[in-house]
Design a protein around this ligand. Structure first.
Ligand SMILES: [Mg+2]
Ligand SMILES: [Zn+2]
Length: 224
């Protein structure tokens, strides 16, 4: 008897406000408070700036002379959401591909994820350069021709590279930056603003506040 292979599951998991309890970029800006950052956030809200323009401009307000303080603060301030370690283990046991798809920056994401067995090539985020007088953000995962949001790190570009014929695609996220991706996938786990956005568009979603709830739901979804 031949075994029918179940569709492979793949997870696209946001970082800031999802894997971590709060948003690390905003925490850095609030703490170091460079003049002008709040105005940039307002322009993003008013849709006058893209995410890429906003994040790039905000970090360009921070002097690289403060490199150590900025990196140390962003790492020490972050709190990993409950159940994440168990969730990473669960995905490995179940052969679910776990990709971290984040609009955050390498200098805090890699150290914060270092305790977890996630291969580096499964972590998608923006990079940074401390070569100049202020921090420069680099964008190794920009939007493809199907996305004109100027995301910086384009989640939909990554999601589109996995066909729904071969993959059951699952997104986990918390905010507006996950919304375009949520519209593409088969299953949505949402908290915070992403819940409101899903409700508005009547997209079905599973609410979550910790990763134990996600494990539970994935377990119920597992084809037997
Ligand atoms: Mg987020
Ligand atoms: Zn994009």
């Amino acid at each position: 008897m031949t075994t029918i292979t179940a569709t492979k599951r793949i997870i696209f998991c946001d970082f800031d406000g999802t894997i971590t309890v709060s948003d690390n970029i905003l925490a850095v800006m609030k703490h170091f408070n460079p003049p002008g950052w709040e105005d940039l956030v307002q322009q993003l809200m008013d849709k006058k700036l893209s995410i890429r323009e906003t994040v790039g401009s905000m970090f360009s307000l921070l002097p690289t002379a403060q490199k150590e303080e900025i990196i140390n603060y962003s790492i020490s301030n972050a709190v990993i959401r409950e159940g994440f370690a168990e969730f990473v283990d669960y995905c490995r046991e179940q052969d679910i591909t776990l990709l971290v798809t984040s609009g955050g920056i390498d200098f805090f994401i890699y150290p914060l994820l270092a305790p977890f067995p996630i291969p580096q090539e499964h972590i998608y985020c923006n990079s940074s350069s401390f070569e100049g007088s202020t921090i420069e953000i680099l964008w190794p995962h920009s939007c493809d021709e199907h996305c004109d949001n100027n995301c910086g790190m384009c989640k939909t570009t990554i999601i589109r590279s996995y066909s729904p014929e071969d993959y059951h695609r699952i997104i986990i996220g918390d905010s507006v930056t996950d919304f375009a991706g949520a519209k593409l996938v088969e299953t949505i786990f949402a908290r915070s603003h992403l819940v409101d956005l899903c409700k508005e568009l009547e997209l079905p979603y599973y609410p979550f506040e910790n990763f134990f709830e996600i494990i539970q739901r994935l377990e119920e979804m597992t084809p037997s």
